[in-house]
Design a protein around this ligand. Structure first.
Ligand code: HEM
Length: 78
């Protein structure tokens, strides 16, 4: 039996992917703990994650990038 499909949510699925270090390092541009900021900059954030350019200390594993991409594709639920 497979689980019912569900939309990803920022609070439950995306926000926990960011470390305190990420949030603090990026505060000069946007707040990674803020739904408003992350959804406003989602395109650029996804670009950086896919290139492996961010986080500055090592790329996310592909499954984690895929999760962020899915959240964006689904319309960025809070
Ligand atoms: C998942 C975590 C992170 C995300 C999603 C992220 C995302 C981004 C984005 C979207 C930009 C703008 C790039 C541009 O406009 O060209 C950026 C720039 C920058 N980030 Fe991050 N960042 C993350 C973590 C970090 C960490 C841990 C550091 C470490 C110090 C860092 C340091 C910087 C710096 C210095 C810049 C400006 C210079 C540059 O573009 O390389 N970021 N980041």
């Amino acid at each position: 039996m497979t689980a019912a499909p569900r939309f990803l949510s920022f609070a439950r699925d995306i926000r926990p992917l960011f470390r305190d270090k990420d949030q603090q390092s990026m505060r000069f541009l946007f707040d990674l703990y803020s739904y408003e900021d992350v959804s406003a900059h989602a395109k650029k954030i996804l670009e950086e994650l896919e290139e492996g350019a961010m986080p500055c200390d090592g790329p996310w594993p592909p499954e984690q990038v895929e999760l962020f991409r899915r959240w964006v594709d689904e319309g960025m639920a809070p």
